[in-house]
Design a protein around this ligand. Structure first.
Ligand SMILES: NC(=O)CC[C@H](N)C(=O)O
Length: 372
């Protein structure tokens, strides 16, 4: 087994074994508590420039298949697993996780105490990290880690977006048209819209109001995506312009943060974020609690009680996280009722849970109401 070294920006060091590709990689160290869905995690563009630490000790059991990727490639900058499966076993598996990481050049480390690492990140907060199979001196790797850019202030949409617009056709009868701005979109999002009779026009991150209007949409959608929402100004301006035009809006995760900024709220970095598939969220509009998938390091700073008057209508916090009272959703209402809304978590979560899938129906309802 080839040795590998992991060094955090505060100097904490772990020694383990090479997993996946050999070489050196850097990013923001974050932990995910999901016990399944690692293929969806790896291929989620929101993880661009992040090194993901899996808290589940045994990862890779079901191998890798050709059906579940959320995008064209693995985006995580590095992967940390305590005990990789030696033999994958699943009827859809076509290769092992280790082979896929090697094939795509993704550097990982295994055999380290991921529990100690996770507790450290939880106590001290997410921070930069380096993994290397070529550097054996922690001080030398630490100097490189500290020279890397931080996640705060990072504008990463251009690195992950599609360069060409494309259409995902409605399944069955076409009932609605949506312009979806790709800030790191996952394949399951247009799929869940298509299942509801929506023709989805996926547009590059650089789309203008004219580009949006050109598809004559019934609604506008902003996807999940990597980076710091405070470093993203162009799409916030687009959203303000679209809200000014009265185009119904739905946003997921990064799309929730940019919606918050368009409404005049701030965003801030959470100490260690929410990444996993069992986060309890309260939908205050119905009083129902849902178990949900999360992947965010930033959050919207909006008052939990009362409503806020914005140039586009009255904004309220519609969803909150029951673990830490973090803002998990926003709603905008004008004289004609609901106008726009967004959530911080993932109704499109492909590995599940599926409690939040109703949000796509809420989007359909919103577009139909505004059409009428
Ligand atoms: N999944 C996402 O859209 C993540 C949004 C943002 N990059 C965050 O970390 O909070």
């Amino acid at each position: 087994m080839k040795p590998a070294l992991l060094v955090l920006e505060d100097g904490r060091t772990f020694r383990g074994e090479s997993f996946g590709a050999e070489g050196e990689t850097f990013g923001e160290a974050v932990f995910s508590t999901g016990m399944s869905g690692y293929q969806e995690t790896l291929t989620d563009p929101s993880y661009h420039r992040q090194v993901v630490v899996m808290t589940a000790p045994h990862v890779g059991n079901t191998g890798m298949n050709d059906e579940d990727p959320e995008s064209r490639k693995i985006w995580v900058a590095g992967y940390v697993v305590r005990d990789p499966a030696r033999v994958p076993s699943n009827w859809r598996s076509v290769r092992s996780l280790d082979d896929e990481l090697k094939e795509q050049g993704v550097v990982g480390i295994s055999g380290i105490d991921t529990r100690a690492l996770t507790r450290h990140l939880r106590e001290v907060g997410s921070m930069r990290v380096g993994i290397s199979t070529v550097e054996t001196d922690p001080e030398a790797l630490l100097a490189k880690v500290r020279a890397e850019a931080e996640m705060t202030g990072a504008n990463l949409s251009d690195a992950v977006t599609t360069t060409e617009a494309y259409v995902v056709p409605a399944i069955g009868e076409k009932k609605l048209t949506v312009a979806a701005v790709d800030l790191g979109i996952k394949a399951n999002t247009p799929r869940m819209m298509a299942e509801r009779g929506i023709e989805v026009h996926v547009l590059p991150a650089t789309a203008t109001l004219e580009d949006v209007q050109a598809v004559q949409p019934d609604g506008l959608f902003f996807s999940n995506g990597p980076g710091d929402p405070a470093a993203t100004t162009g799409q916030v301006e687009l959203l303000k312009a679209a809200l000014g035009e009265g185009i119904p809006y739905f946003g997921i995760c990064f799309g929730n943060q940019l919606f918050g900024r368009a409404l005049g709220f701030g965003t801030y970095k959470l100490k260690y974020g929410h990444r996993g598939i069992n986060q309890p969220v309260l939908d205050r509009t119905t009083g129902k609690v849902e178990v949900t998938a999360h992947n965010h390091g930033f959050a919207v700073d909006a008052p939990l009680e009362g409503s806020t008057t914005t140039p586009f209508g009255e904004a309220t916090v519609s969803h909150i996280n029951l673990n830490d009272d973090c803002v998990e959703g926003l709603e905008l209402v004008d004289g004609n009722g609901l106008k726009a809304f967004s959530v911080q978590y993932h109704p499109e979560a492909a590995a599940g849970p599926h409690d939040a899938a109703y949000l796509f129906d809420r989007f359909v309802q919103l577009m139909n109401d505004r059409k009428a």
